[in-house]
Design a protein around this ligand. Structure first.
Ligand SMILES: C[S@@+](CC[C@H](N)C(=O)[O-])C[C@H]1O[C@@H](n2cnc3c(N)ncnc32)[C@H](O)[C@@H]1O
Length: 283
C-alpha cells in the first residue's frame, strides 16, 4: 500500500488498497480495530480521513495478515456467540460451527434448575463460558491438558465476570475421578494427521494439539465416548462436535457404548457437525 503522493486518505482508499493484498472482510475488521469503530460506521463514513499514525498501524496489520497470520491472533480476540473472547496462538480460534454445540447444550439444560456440566478440551473456554453465562444456575467444569489454554480460559471467565465455571488441567477424564455430570460436551481434536488442510490457511498457525487426532481423526472422540458413561448421571447427555465425515462412526461408537436416543445435527452449512446420546444405565 503506497499513499505517499496522496494528502487526504480516506477509509475507502485504505480498504481498496488493502484488498489487493487480503480479503475485503479481513481488511475491514482490521481497520475497525485500528479506528475503534464498527461495521456500520465504515459503511456510512467511507470519506472519513485517517491520520498518518492510523494509516501506519493499519499497514502493519495488513502486512501481518498478508503473511498468513489469522486475524484473530493479530487482534488477540475473537467473537463467539456474540461475545468477545481473548485468544492467543496457544488456543484454537473458535469456529462459528461450534455455536451449534452450544445451542444443543442449552436445549438440554434448564434455566431454572441447577446442572453439572463438563466441557472437555475447553481451549479458550468459549463453550464452557458461553453456557455458564446463559445458564447461571449451572456449575460448569472446563478441562484441558494444555496449561496455557487453561490460563487463557480463566482470563476470559474473569474478563466476562462469569463465576460459575471452574477450570482444571486434565488429560480428558483423568483428573475428574469419581465426579458425575448431567451433561458432557466436547469439541475435541478430530483432524487426521495426514489431512492436507493442516498446511493451509489459519490451520498452519493453530496448535496441533488442538487439531489433530490419530486413527483418522477419531482417537479423541473414541477415548471420550469409551469413558463418558462413568462420569454421567443417569439420563445425562454426551454431545460431541466432529468432522464432516465422522457422524456415522461417532453415532456407531455412542450406540456401542450403551448410549440411547443417539442423533446427529447439521451446522448452518448443512454438514453433520454434532452427534450425541443419552446415558441410560442398565437396571
Ligand atoms: C478443537 S480444540 C477446541 C477448543 C475449544 N473448546 C473450542 O471449541 O474452540 C480441542 C482442545 O482439546 C484439548 N486437548 C487435546 N488433547 C487433550 C487431552 N488429551 N485432554 C484434554 N484436552 C485435550 C486441546 O488443548 C484443545 O484446547
Amino acid at each position: 500500500m503506497n499513499f505517499e503522493k496522496q494528502q487526504y486518505i480516506t477509509i475507502e482508499d485504505v480498504l481498496s488498497q488493502a484488498h489487493i493484498l487480503i480479503s475485503y472482510n479481513d481488511a475491514r475488521i482490521l481497520l475497525q480495530h485500528v479506528l475503534k469503530i464498527n461495521h456500520a460506521y465504515i459503511i456510512t463514513h467511507p470519506e472519513q480521513s485517517l491520520t498518518p499514525i492510523q494509516i501506519h498501524t493499519f499497514q502493519l496489520l495488513v502486512k501481518q495478515r498478508a503473511s498468513g497470520e489469522p486475524v484473530s491472533y493479530i487482534l488477540g480476540e475473537c467473537e463467539f456467540y456474540s461475545i468477545k473472547f481473548k485468544v492467543t496462538p496457544s488456543v484454537l480460534i473458535p469456529r462459528q460451527e461450534t455455536e451449534l454445540l452450544v445451542d444443543l447444550a442449552l436445549e438440554k439444560v434448564s434455566s431454572s434448575m441447577p446442572c453439572k456440566i463438563l466441557d472437555l478440551g475447553t481451549g479458550s473456554g468459549v463453550i464452557a463460558i458461553t453456557i455458564a453465562k446463559h445458564r447461571t444456575l449451572s456449575n460448569v467444569t472446563a478441562a484441558d491438558n494444555s496449561a496455557d489454554a487453561i490460563a487463557i480460559a480463566k482470563t476470559n471467565a474473569e474478563r466476562l465476570s462469569v463465576n460459575n465455571v471452574n477450570f482444571i488441567k486434565s488429560d480428558w477424564f483423568q483428573a475428574l475421578t469419581k465426579r458425575k455430570f448431567d451433561l458432557i460436551i466436547s469439541n475435541p481434536p478430530y483432524i487426521a494427521l495426514n489431512d492436507p488442510h493442516l498446511n493451509q490457511q489459519d490451520l498452519r498457525f493453530e496448535p496441533k494439539l488442538a487439531l489433530v487426532a490419530e486413527q483418522d481423526g477419531m482417537f479423541c472422540i473414541q477415548t471420550i465416548i469409551s469413558s463418558a458413561a462413568s462420569y454421567l448421571n443417569a439420563g445425562g447427555w454426551l454431545l460431541l462436535e466432529h468432522g464432516y465425515n465422522q457422524a456415522k462412526i461417532t453415532k456407531q461408537l455412542l450406540k456401542e457404548a450403551g448410549f440411547i436416543s443417539v442423533f446427529s445435527r447439521s451446522d448452518l452449512a448443512g454438514i453433520p457437525r454434532v452427534s450425541g446420546g443419552r446415558y441410560d444405565p442398565p437396571l
